[in-house]
Design a protein around this ligand. Structure first.
Ligand code: ATP
Length: 614
């Protein structure tokens, strides 16, 4: 509620006025019935409040002569109560919406700073649910139930003294069942609290299934899995319905019992009141006042159940939100000194200078946390060592699962290595601020992701201030400029959900242009041309070669034509380097590279022979 307390204070002030104004209406009614119509005279036995009110209305005789004053006063009091009620709702909504907005922003920001390890295992649908539905539960609670609780507290603090000042025995009768109703509500809702959690979890599971289905909708269609998906959805959907029905049953039971008790309370007051009127112990006006006050009070008392329900729901929602907020963010920088093993000296995280592009990797081991317990030699990387000079281009080849992408993720500090070392310009990577490391690297991921905005905005992702001519130069280097000009809106063309759909190769080329535009000292292409035809690939490689020397380049690929240009090639297998050298050296050396080279060139030769006219 930080920053919104004043608004809540205003809302509570208005609420207090509403309560006071509402108290006035039964008093006017009671005074009119007993003193203006009933002919009672004001004496020592007259309650102080009634006597004061009659004085305010000109006395009992004046009121008797001007009876219209009573309904007018009641209408004015109700009208003023309505006005302050509106102000109360408005202020409370402003405050709760502000809090919910901040909570969502914090949550979203936190998600963006959680470590890659967390996102590897996180259920996206569940996270969406927590960021939307759970925050909405909290918002609703803050907008309405906080005020209801305030109302209940104000009533509890003021109604009792007021009623006692009117008639002590009648107050005892009117409150006879209020205590049991409150205790019943409290006990009941404590017991059903876990059901709210089950409903929220069932809803989260449902959202997760929908989210996964929509992400893979093409695969579902291609494999004709609609029937299977229907079945897969049916189970969590049924569970959600069951949990919800269970909750509804429990709620209906609560409301029915509370209805009976509340009506019994009114009945009891009416019967005892009528009896006492007959005996002359109570006036009709007083019974009218007590019945009116009961109707004002019983509603919030019965609402206590709903408030407690919502309190339960809100506390579950808050717990679910807090569970995510409690996950530690990936550290922005590592201020602790890191030991540079090679030189045996301690380095501190001074503000780093721009990277020259020298990378030294020594005996690097890495094991994915979600891949079970670490087993020596069975990690994603098992003792990797190599060096790259500034401006050099290094190609990395290896079978699927060899650890190529893992190496790239470590260089980006998406994961932290625990064994071995990576040095950027002689500084241990783990001692360098993550943001800075990422600002120095232009990367094209294996499955490039483009945002649903214009091509220009997508290209500018790494350098928001890039001028148009540089954007075009980068697009030319990635051989996508002409394609973009072919679109109706050129660089302003919207892509993704709100615009056109790019082909796989086009997406990769936009991603390459995006990385090149960043002008990073280190460029990493992770299988970035797998969907690009050989001719276009060769154009891109030529353009990148022209830029060679400006950036250190790491190229990961399976197609040897992509790698052959590189200054040096390393071949990885099972997280280890098994070969290293230039294309000329490796293609004559026995080993995996030569085998792949022969396969790929033979395929090409066979293909060319087949195409030759007979
Ligand atoms: P490809 O050529 O198919 O892209 P790669 O050489 O890039 O393969 P990596 O993605 O680095 O291979 O994977 C290396 C190993 O680490 C594989 O055995 C893979 O199953 C495992 N791995 C990769 N990412 C994770 C992860 N997030 N959690 C657990 N294991 C992972």
């Amino acid at each position: 509620m930080r920053g919104h307390r004043l608004r809540y204070g205003c809302a509570l002030g208005c609420l207090m006025l509403v309560t006071l104004l509402n108290y006035g209406v039964p008093l006017v009614g009671s005074a009119t019935i007993d003193y203006a119509v009933g002919g009672k005279t004001v004496g020592p036995g007259t309650p102080v409040l009634i006597a004061g009110l009659l004085r305010l209305l000109g006395g009992a005789d004046y009121l008797r002569a001007h009876l219209w004053l009573a309904p007018l006063a009641m209408v004015l009091l109700s009208g003023a109560g309505g006005l302050f009620g509106y102000l109360k709702g408005w202020q409370a909504s402003l405050a709760s919406d502000g809090i919910a907005r901040r909570l969502k922003n914090d949550f979203y920001d936190h998600l963006n700073h959680l470590p890659a390890r967390y996102h590897d295992r996180a259920d996206t649908g569940d996270l969406v649910q927590r960021c939307t539905s759970d925050v909405e539960t909290v918002r609703q609670f803050l907008a309405t139930q906080v005020m209801d609780i305030g109302n209940a507290i104000i009533l509890a603090a003021t109604a009792l003294p007021l009623l006692l000042s009117l008639s002590v025995p009648m107050t005892l009768v009117s409150f006879a069942l209020v205590g049991p109703i409150t205790i019943y509500a409290y006990v009941y809702f404590r017991q059903v609290k876990h059901v709210f959690k089950e409903v929220a979890e069932a809803e989260g599971a449902l959202t997760a299934v929908i989210q996964e289905n929509l992400t893979g909708i093409r695969v579902v269609r291609a494999f004709a899995r609609q029937e299977f998906e229907r079945g897969k959805f049916a189970a969590p959907n049924a569970r959600y319905r069951d949990r919800n029905l269970h909750l509804l049953r429990l709620m209906s039971w609560y409301w029915s019992v509370s209805d009976v008790v509340a009506l019994s309370q009114i009945g009891l007051t009416l019967i005892v009141g009528a009896h006492w009127i007959a005996e002359g112990k109570l006036t009709v006006g007083m019974l009218f006042a007590f019945l009116a006050y009961l109707s004002i009070m019983l509603w919030p008392v019965r609402q206590m159940g709903r408030i407690l329900t919502d309190l339960g729901k809100t506390s579950v929602a808050l717990t679910r939100i807090r569970e995510i907020l409690a996950v530690p963010r990936e550290s922005v920088s590592t201020p602790t000194p890191a030991l540079s093993k090679a030189e045996g000296r301690v380095e501190r995280a001074d503000p780093p200078e721009p990277l020259t592009g020298r990378i030294v990797v020594r005996d690097l081991h890495f094991h994915h946390a979600s891949a079970g317990l670490p087993v020596a030699g069975r990690g994603a990387l098992n003792g990797l060592s190599f060096e790259v000079r500034p401006g050099e281009s290094l190609a990395i080849l290896g079978p699927s699962g060899a650890g190529k992408s893992t190496l790239m993720h470590l260089l980006l500090r998406l994961y932290d290595y625990t064994e071995g070392s990576i040095e950027f310009d002689g500084r241990e990577l783990s001692s360098l601020p993550r943001q800075w490391v990422r600002s120095q690297i232009g990367v094209v991921m294996q499955e490039p992701f483009l945002f649903s905005k214009s091509l220009r905005d997508n290209l500018r992702l790494g350098r928001g201030d890039a001028p148009d001519h540089e954007i075009e130069a980068a697009a030319r280097a990635a051989s996508i400029h002409d394609t973009i000009l072919g679109f109706e809106h050129g660089y302003g063309t919207l892509i993704g959900e709100r615009g056109i759909t790019l082909s796989g190769g086009q997406r990769q080329r936009v991603a390459i242009a995006r990385a090149v535009l960043k002008r990073p000292p280190l460029l990493i292409l992770d299988d970035a041309m797998s969907a690009i035809d050989a001719e276009t690939e060769s154009l891109i490689l030529n353009a990148l070669q022209e830029r060679r020397g400006r950036a250190t380049t790491l190229v990961i690929a399976h197609r040897l034509s992509t790698l052959a240009h590189a200054d040096r090639i390393i071949v990885l297998d099972h997280g280890r380097i098994i070969q290293t050298g230039t294309h000329a050296e490796l293609s004559t050396q026995e080993g995996l590279y030569r085998r792949l080279w022969l396969i790929q060139t033979n395929v090409e030769t066979d293909f060319k022979t087949d195409l030759k006219p007979a």
